[in-house]
Design a protein around this ligand. Structure first.
Ligand SMILES: [Zn+2]
Length: 315
C-alpha cells in the first residue's frame, strides 16, 4: 500500500479504525524521520482508547497513559520504562513499558532485535488485556531483526493472539523476511513534502532537503554535524591523499557519524548518476558496496579499509 503523503496515511489508518478493520499485524515502512514511530504511537492510542476514538480521546485513563509513554519513548527517557528479564542468570533488556499495561515498545537491544526480546513479547501478547479491549506491540527498527529473531517473530504472527495488534516499523522492506512481509499489512510512509519539511525543520535549506531525502532525522543530524558534508566532498574529489585522510578521520568517529557519511555519499552518487548518467553497472556496484559498509557498522570492522575498497572500485 503506497500512499501519497503523510495525510494520506493518516486518513487511511483512520478509515481502517472507523470501519473496524484494523489488521492483526501492520508494517509501517519508509525513510527514517518521516513520522512512522509517532504515527504508530498515535494509532496505538486510538486502538487502546476506552472511548474508541480513532486517534484517542486524550482524556480516558488509557489515552493519558499512552501519551505519557509516547513522550518518554520519543524523547529517549528510557531508564524508568525499561523492562528487564532474568535470563540465564543475566539481567537482559527486553522492551519498554509505561503505566499502560497493554502496550509495549520493542526497540533493538544494541545492534539488533534479540531472540530474548521476541520471547518476552510473545509472553506479553498471550496475556489478556488488563485495561483496554486490546493490546498493542510496537516493534521499531524491524529491519534490525536477526534471522533467528525474525523467524521467532514469524511464528507469533502465524498464530496471532486475537486481541493483540502488532505494528512493525522499518526503514525498508528489503531486509525483512518475505514470510513476515506476507503476514503484515504494509503501509508506505513517503518522504516529507518540501514545504512541510521546512516548516518542521524551522528553516529553508534546499541542500539539506535533498541530501536528507526528506527525512527530518537525517536533516537534523546533518545540521548538527556539518563537517560530515565536507568529508563527503573530499572523498568525492577522488584524490588518493584526500581519500586516505577522510578514511582515517572516519575511523576516529562514531557509527552514527559514519552512517551519516554513507547516507550523504549515497545520495550524492544517486544525484551524479541521474545528472551525468554514469554507467549503470558501476553505479549499482558502488551503491551496493555503500550498503554493505552500512550493514557492517557496529560489527567492529575497520571502517577505513572498507572505504578504501570502495574507492578502488570507483576510480
Ligand atoms: Zn481515550
Amino acid at each position: 500500500m503506497r500512499l501519497r503523503n503523510q495525510t494520506g496515511v493518516k486518513d487511511f489508518l483512520e478509515r481502517l479504525h472507523r470501519e473496524g478493520k484494523i489488521p492483526g499485524s501492520l508494517l509501517f515502512y519508509g525513510p527514517p524521520g518521516v513520522g512512522k514511530t509517532s504515527a504508530a504511537l498515535d494509532f496505538a492510542k486510538g486502538i487502546l482508547c476506552l472511548e474508541g476514538a480513532p486517534w484517542g480521546c486524550g482524556e480516558c485513563a488509557s489515552c493519558r497513559h499512552v501519551e505519557k509513554f509516547a513522550g518518554d519513548v520519543t524523547s529517549g527517557r528510557w531508564e524508568e520504562i525499561s523492562v528487564y528479564e532474568e535470563i540465564g542468570g543475566k539481567n537482559v533488556f527486553v522492551y519498554l513499558m509505561g503505566e499502560h499495561p497493554d502496550l509495549i515498545y520493542v526497540p533493538p537491544s544494541g545492534t539488533g532485535i534479540k531472540i530474548d526480546q521476541i520471547r518476552a513479547l510473545k509472553e506479553f501478547s498471550y496475556v489478556r488485556p488488563a485495561l483496554s479491549r486490546s493490546k498493542v506491540v510496537l516493534i521499531d527498527d524491524a529491519h534490525k531483526l536477526t534471522k533467528e529473531s525474525g523467524n521467532a517473530l514469524l511464528k507469533v504472527l502465524e498464530e496471532p493472539p486475537v486481541d493483540t495488534v502488532f505494528i512493525l516499523i522499518s526503514e525498508g522492506k528489503e531486509s525483512l523476511l518475505r514470510t513476515i512481509l506476507s503476514r503484515t499489512f504494509q503501509i508506505e510512509f513517503p518522504p516529507l513534502e518540501e514545504s512541510i519539511f521546512y516548516e518542521l525543520l524551522g528553516r529553508e535549506d534546499r541542500e539539506i532537503y535533498e541530501l536528507s531525502g526528506g527525512s527530518l532525522t537525517l536533516a537534523r543530524d546533518l545540521l548538527e554535524k556539518k563537517e560530515v558534508l565536507g568529508l563527503v566532498d573530499s572523498f568525492l574529489s577522488l584524490k588518493p591523499d584526500k581519500v586516505y585522510e577522510v578514511a582515517l578521520k572516519l575511523d576516529k568517529m562514531d557509527d552514527r557519524e559514519r552512517e551519516l557519511f554513507l547516507n550523504v555519499l549515497e545520495e550524492r552518487v544517486k544525484v551524479t548518476y541521474l545528472k551525468k548518467g554514469i554507467n549503470y553497472d558501476r553505479f549499482e556496484m558502488i551503491v551496493r558496496r555503500i550498503s554493505e559498509l552500512r550493514n557492517g557498522l557496529g560489527r567492529g570492522l575497520r571502517f577505513s579499509l572498507g572505504l578504501l575498497t570502495l574507492y578502488s572500485l570507483w576510480r
